[in-house]
Design a protein around this ligand. Sequence first.
Ligand code: G1P
Length: 274
Amino acid sequence: MIKKCLFPAAGYGTRFLPATKATPKEMLPILTKPLIQYGVEEAVDAGITTMAIVSGRGKRAIEDHFDISYELEHQIKGGSKETLLTEIRSLIEQCTFSYTRQIEMKGLGHAILTGETLIGNEPFAVVLADDLCQHDEKGVLEQMTEVYEKYQCSVVAIEEIPMDQTHKYGVIAGKLVDNTDDTYRITDMVEKPDPKEAPSNLAIIGRYILTPDIFDILRETKAGKGGEIQITDALLEQAKQGKVIAYKFKGKRFDCGSVDGFVEATNWFYDKMK
Ligand code: G1P
């Protein structure tokens, strides 16, 4: 059983400046809901209720969001707007949220290692909130927990991307492990390769299930691409022992870390709501 979900949320969100000057990028809304709330809801749908958030300077709004706002609730009580808080209130009731701070920005691998104190010695999920995933029947994390139950090793979600986009992602090579085309045992992975060096067009998206030995590996992982400690490099160590599964998830993913993807998600959710 996966009980905890880690949200690396310390990054500066420079692509969304000036919006992210004083507002965490995880709090940017698609319609009326902040990105990180979509991620928390996806975790809850997968049966996970312990949220571990790696935050940083200027991120207090995230803590306030997952807390009661007495004045506001008092103000709107009994009125037509009260229902707008139903979803977030239910999350607060079901989940616990704990926080730790990443003091220096040394990459996604370093952010995940910073979360060790909140996770301990058990397998856990990781959600990068700016990858917004949607599936009508079963969320991507729920799909991945089922893959984890079967293989009992680390799992990354992947999707096919155009070859000229490989420089934006961790890219894998793997062997199909069953007759369906959605599960691969990873044999190689490279962080943000040029198309010529990319082992395939299968890109890792911001959903992981990691076994806790990843922390010891991360402690030994040297800075890689961009001078940062990369989770891709640490996962490659597990993959060398055949212990990482790539899962081609069902559903849609919006890259809300880019303005184009953010607008696409906004339009998609707006159309769906109408
Ligand atoms: C991170 C990872 C990368 C992965 C991507 C998914 O990159 O380093 O391997 O493909 O998330 O969104 P970032 O987008 O944080 O630069």
